[in-house]
Design a protein around this ligand. Sequence first.
Ligand SMILES: *Cc1c(COP(=O)(O)O)cnc(C)c1O
Length: 389
Amino acid sequence: MTFDLAARLAERRTAHLYRQRPLLEGPQGPEVVVDGQALLAFCSNDYLGLANHPEVIAAMRAGAERWGVGGGASHLVIGHSAPHHELEDALAEFTGRPRALLFSTGYMANLAAVTALVGQGDTVLEDRLNHASLLDAGLLSGARFSRYLHNDAVSLSNRLRKAEGNTLVVTDGVFSMDGDLADLPALCAEARRANAWVMVDDAHGFGPLGATGGGIVEHFGLGLEDVPVLVGTLGKAFGTAGAFVAGSEELIETLIQFARPYIYTTSQPPAVACASLRSLQLLRDESWRREDLNRLIARFRAGAAEIGLSLMDSPTPIQPILIGDSERALQLSALLKERGLLVGAIRPPTVPAGSARLRVTLSALHSEAQLERLFDALAECWPLVNRDA
Ligand SMILES: *Cc1c(COP(=O)(O)O)cnc(C)c1O
C-alpha cells in the first residue's frame, strides 16, 4: 500500500472541489490586490473594517515595542502577560460575564471548551450546520455525539430525551456559511427543560449584532443562565486574531485546569492582545460601523432580489447567493473575477452537497457605489450560468 495522493487530488479536481489559495498582496479592505490583479472584494470577515485600522495598527506596534513579539510559553508556564490578562478582563466586562479566557484561535477555543466539559458517558448535541471546529470538537470529546436538524428545536428536543450524562447543546450563533441566526430563545428553552447546557460559538455575531456589538446574546437579551458557554473569535469583526470563551468563574477555572488545547500551546503574542484591546473599544463605541453595515445589508438584499438571485434568510453581513451546483458556482465566481470582483465560491464539504454558493460578505467600509458595481456584474453574469433562466 502506498499513499496515492495524486489520485486523491485528481479526483477532487474532477469533482470541481479543488481548492486554491488566492495570494493577497496587501491588507484587508474592500479594494485588494490578489495574484497581481486589483479586485473589489466581497469575501472578507473583516465586517467592521478594523483589520487595517490605523489605531489598531498603532496599538500593535506599541505593544511589540513594550512586550516584544513572542508569547514565549504557554499561559500556565510563563506566557501569560499583562496585556492578555487585561484583554480577558475587558472581554468579561464586554460580555457581561464574570470571566473570559483568551485563546490563540477560535478552532482551539471550541476544541478546548467541548472536550473539557463532556467526555465518555456524556452527550453532545450539535446543529447539523455547525462550524467544522465544533463538529471536530464533539467527535474528539468522546461523548455520544448527535446532530439535530438545522435550527430545529423539535429535533433537538427529541435528541435531548435520549441524552445521557452531562449534556451540551452546541450551536453557531450566526451560521458561518448561511448567515442566519440560531433560534436561541427556543433552543435554550429546550435545553433548560432537559437540564442541558448551551454553548454558542458567535464568531460572526460579535461586532455586527447587538446594540454595542455584543453579538447574538445581546441581540436576544440572553444571559449566563441561558448560555453558560459563550465563544467569540477575534479574527473576524475584531480584525485581529485569537478567540475567547466567556462564562462563570468555575467554567473558566475548569478550562484552565482541564482543557488540553488551552494548556499545551504557546500564548498568542502579547502585542496582538494590545491590538485587540484597541479594536474592542472601536467595535463597541463606533456604532456608525454597525449602522452603515445594516444599510448595506438591506440594500444588498433589495438589489439581489431585483436581479432574481436566491438569497438565504440572513440579517447579517453574510449574504450567500445559493447556486447549488459546484461547477456553476465556480463559473460565476470566475466571471465576476474577470470583471474585477472577488467573491468566493463555497462548495462541499464546507456546505452540504448540492448547496454550493457564492458567499458574499459585506463590510462597513464598502461604499454604495461599490455595491452597485457588484449588482451590475451579477446582473450580467448570473444569466450566463443560470440554466433555469
Ligand atoms: C472562523 C470560525 C471559527 C474559527 O475561528 P478562528 O479564530 O479562525 O480559528 C470558529 N467558529 C466559527 C463559527 C467560525 O466562523
